[in-house]
Design a protein around this ligand. Structure first.
Ligand code: HEM
Length: 440
């Protein structure tokens, strides 16, 4: 959070006032803005789907770009594929640590007397070695190919049930009926909680994305209070599973029994739960929604798929590249360093725009086209790189693969009938509504 917006928060200023302070006209042509003032991070640009020309310009003219003033304070935008790869693979220079500011824009270093545990939610994605490595090691066995193979039949069974239950000849929101359903059910399984409670997980995941959204929460404090209900929910399960003599294999059990995770403080426990909830929810959900949208924008690719379903394993990573559901990850420079000819100072915020690197023509052939039979479809940045590379990447791909295998088998062409409604976020490139119709 920029000093300005922190001050606003400290003064009890509402989300609506913060948004109003930084309001922009999303229809301004970014080519007409002086380069030094170009600020691609404004959440309104993502909500209005107007961010792309900002990044096209930056990749061409100023690939490592300083925005001196924004609603999140000063930051560097890293927009080319190779530079993003460099930052992501050098965690000893570019830190993810929550005490440095973490991985989202707006984070700032811990001050003396801070943090207030209510607002301070450490998680291993926001940690550097050794804490990161130790905690990641605890949950990693749950995401190996072998462990995931056991989930395949369950995912297929659920995908079939969801698809067969969809309305015919009437418009409905694909996001709610399919993307949220499939990923929500998966999460409940990973945590081994009752399926009917999956809506709670989805709600807390949405809360994270809406902390600063004035349409949902008047103040960030209200959103955090909501998140602590997630702690209350999991606390009882945690204690019960920690006490089991036969260890469970779900995420709560492995964390409750892992040597480096079993004694986590409440805020760290909540933080890691939220990491797994958001990691497993928003990302896959938006790849499912974005994939269908891409198909409707490229009907020849849809025809190609229907005539050759063996393309699905290539198509799925292309959908994940195309959507880039995590738009950015932020780092804090630990030392003075150089990047793309620019001098980065210790303490500077460095934003890796995956959503831009995935459109870099230097690395990806015809990047602005959705092509389901690319030669090397896994050559993308959507899962990040280095020590924080997505732990759930195989699980995410598996859900999309099975879903599309069943779509091809049982549904005629699904028609998108309205423009998508996008999430107001520069972190999760999300789709809130995608109205579709399935002809009978
Ligand atoms: C299409 C689906 C997904 C995408 C695009 C995605 C994307 C990402 C990205 C960009 C990162 C950060 C990488 C970095 O900083 O270098 C990440 C980390 C992570 N993801 Fe995913 N993710 C997906 C699915 C999942 C799923 C299904 C889970 C499982 C619950 C998951 C769990 C995690 C975790 C735990 C981390 C932190 C890893 C670490 O810090 O070591 N993700 N993901």
């Amino acid at each position: 959070m920029s000093e300005k917006s922190q001050d606003l928060q400290a003064a009890g200023i509402s989300n609506r006032e913060t948004q109003a302070r930084w309001a922009i006209d999303v229809n301004v042509d970014p080519m007409s803005i002086p380069l030094a003032q170009l600020d691609p991070c404004h959440p309104s640009l993502f909500e209005a789907d107007k961010f792309k020309p900002y990044f096209d310009r930056l990749r061409a003219e100023d690939p490592v770009h300083l925005t001196a003033e924004s609603m999140f304070g000063p930051y560097w935008s890293v927009t080319r594929f190779d530079d993003i790869l460099y930052v992501d693979s050098h965690h000893e220079i570019f830190s993810s640590d929550i005490d440095q500011g973490g991985i989202r824009m707006g984070g700032r270093p811990r001050q003396a007397g801070e943090p207030d545990p209510m607002f301070h939610l450490p998680m291993f994605i926001m940690a550097d070695p050794p804490v990161h490595d130790e905690q990641r090691k605890v949950v990693a066995p749950m995401f190996t190919s072998r462990a995931l193979a056991d989930l395949q039949d369950l995912i297929r069974e659920r995908a079939i049930k969801i698809l067969d239950g969809l309305p015919r000849d009437e418009d409905f929101n694909w996001v709610q009926h399919v993307s949220v359903e499939l990923t929500g059910q998966m999460l409940a399984t990973l945590f081994d909680i009752p399926q009917e409670d999956r809506h709670k997980l989805i709600h807390w995941s949405d809360t994270i994305e809406n902390i600063g959204n004035p349409d949902v929460y008047e103040t960030p404090e209200q959103a955090f209070a909501e998140l602590w209900k997630c702690f209350e929910y999991f606390d009882a399960a945690w204690k019960e599973r920690a006490a089991r003599t036969t260890p469970g294999t779900d995420l709560i059990s492995v964390l409750a029994q892992g040597e480096s995770t079993k004694n986590m403080a409440p805020n760290e426990f909540l933080g890691n739960m939220l990491l797994l909830i958001v990691g497993g929810n928003d990302t896959t959900r938006n790849s499912i929604s974005g994939g269908l949208l891409a198909m409707s924008q490229y009907p020849a690719e849809y025809d190609k798929l229907l005539s050759d379903p063996s393309l699905i394993p290539k198509m799925v990573p292309e959908m994940i590249r195309w959507q880039s559901p995590v738009a950015h990850m932020c780092r804090t420079a630990l030392i003075d360093t150089e990047l793309g000819g620019k001098q980065i100072k210790a303490g500077d915020k460095v934003v890796m725009w995956y959503i831009s690197g995935n459109r870099d023509e230097r690395q990806i052939d015809r990047p602005d086209e959705f092509i389901i039979d690319r030669i090397n479809p896994r050559h993308h940045l959507s899962f990040g790189f280095g020590i924080h590379r997505c732990l759930g990447n195989r699980l995410g791909e598996m859900q999309l693969t099975i879903l599309w295998e069943e779509i091809v088998k049982r549904l005629p062409k699904i028609k998108v009938v309205a423009d998508p409604v996008y999430l107001r976020s520069n972190f999760i490139h999300g789709i809130r509504e995608l109205m579709v119709r399935i002809p009978s």
